[in-house]
Design a protein around this ligand. Structure first.
Ligand SMILES: *Cc1c(COP(=O)(O)O)cnc(C)c1O
Length: 399
């Protein structure tokens, strides 16, 4: 990870094809585009892999989440349960849909703890939104069962896990709706891009209209199209989709490379008794983007991250200190500092997160270190880096 490490002539050729016609928009201009429909082509490639009936490619993963919620009819007065460890886009998209984000603790899977979700469900809860963090799936059996019992929608934020599977199925395809991101730092990138997948015709159609100003996409004449309801502009451009077409064709190779490169790290770190690996509810389905593990305490985890960086490794994260991925530093959100007045209904049912107790999440996240696994490493390189990493940790622990 990320996919841009392995850009080659394939991406350049796809982009050049779009520039040859000059039709950068995904809709209309049927004559001028000479049969080139890059967004449609990538949607087909997503459907093929996810095994869903529908895929809608759009501007980014945040827009995908917002669109998915809107298409489900989730909005003002509704609560969406999401984890304390995720990218800020998760609560941003819930708020953009007009709903209230409700945070629940994560466990040693680095994803939603089903027991913690149970505790925060209220009569206003509409959605449980697990986030498959760092390339591997949440405990979807338990979360799926809970949603079924309580009659809640299961919306997967699979933005960080395109290519990961859960018990043989592509993540994102397990609940009612799934969302992917193809931003610049993801395993498959369009530069900026995202997708909504679902098997439900009605949800797909609503998402399709919502993401393009409400256009019902009923004809080739955009001006004459109907608008059952207003939407927004969350469209992707053909240029971005073109990059994505080339990238997605490499997904299987990307995952294989990551798993190959992750293995020596896991082997080398297994020899250190103080290192405890993240629990993967389905180890077979891991996409290999990260190796995540727990150290004995917060201080040692921080020192481990520093030692790994000093040893020359890139993409080392102690998420507990991260401004964007863990609740501890989401001070803007917790202190309710917004750019403009936010609808009262969003904040009414929201707990005071400046005072909330997330010690159960802290217990795992304070000790967690993640190492990004690079696509560009040759196998020998990965083996050498793994040894370097293990030695750095061993020497730190022996002090
Ligand atoms: C990247 C990401 C998003 C948002 O995707 P963008 O395409 O950057 O808008 C949402 N959720 C998670 C967990 C992500 O990692």
């Amino acid at each position: 990870m990320p996919g841009f490490e392995l850009f080659d002539e394939k991406e350049r050729k796809e982009v050049a094809e779009v520039m040859e016609t000059g039709v950068l928009m995904r809709y209309g201009f049927t004559g001028a585009r000479a049969g080139r429909w890059k967004a449609r082509e990538m949607e087909e490639a997503i459907r093929e892999r996810a095994g869903t009936k529908h895929a809608l490619l759009l501007a980014d993963g945040t827009a995908a989440l917002t669109t998915a919620l809107a298409a489900l009819g989730v909005g003002s007065g509704d609560e969406v349960v999401m984890p304390t460890f995720t990218f800020v886009a998760s609560f941003e998209s819930v708020m953009a849909a007009g709903a209230t984000p409700i945070l629940a603790d994560v466990d040693d899977t680095l994803c939603l703890d089903p027991a913690a979700v149970r505790k925060v469900i209220t009569p206003r809860t509409k959605v449980v939104m697990p986030v498959h963090m760092c390339g591997a799936a949440a405990d979807m059996d338990a979360l799926g069962k809970l949603c079924q019992e309580r009659g809640l929608y299961l919306v997967e934020d699979a933005c960080q896990a395109f290519g990961a599977k859960y018990k043989g199925k592509f993540v994102g395809s397990l609940g009612g709706v799934g969302c992917y991101s193809f931003d610049f730092n993801k395993i498959v990138t369009c530069g900026e891009g995202g997708a909504v997948v679902t098997n439900d015709d009605h949800i797909y159609k609503k998402a399709d209209m919502y993401h393009d100003h409400g256009h019902d996409h009923s004809s080739d004449d955009r001006g004459a199209e109907g608008h059952p309801f207003p939407g927004y502009n969350y469209r992707i451009s053909e240029l971005h989709a073109a990059v994505g077409c080339a990238q997605i064709s490499k997904l299987e190779d990307f995952v294989a490379r990551q798993l190959r490169n992750k293995k020596p790290f896991k082997n080398a770190l297994s020899e250190i008794s103080q290192v405890v690996f993240r629990r993967l509810p389905d180890p077979q389905g891991d996409s290999g983007t990260f190796l995540s593990f727990f150290m004995p305490d917060e201080a040692i985890a921080g020192e481990t991250a520093r030692a790994l960086k000093n040893a020359g490794l890139e993409g080392v994260f102690h998420w507990y200190d991260n401004n964007w991925h863990y609740v501890r530093n989401w001070t803007h959100f917790k202190e309710r500092r917004f750019a403009h007045p936010v609808a009262a209904s969003i904040l009414e049912g929201m707990p005071d997160y400046s005072k909330a107790d997330f010690s159960a999440s802290d217990r795992w996240m304070s000790r967690c270190v993640s190492l990004s696994i690079k696509l560009g490493w040759e196998e020998k390189e990965a083996v050498a880096k793994a040894e370097t990493a293990a030695n750095a940790i061993k020497s730190l622990l022996s002090r």
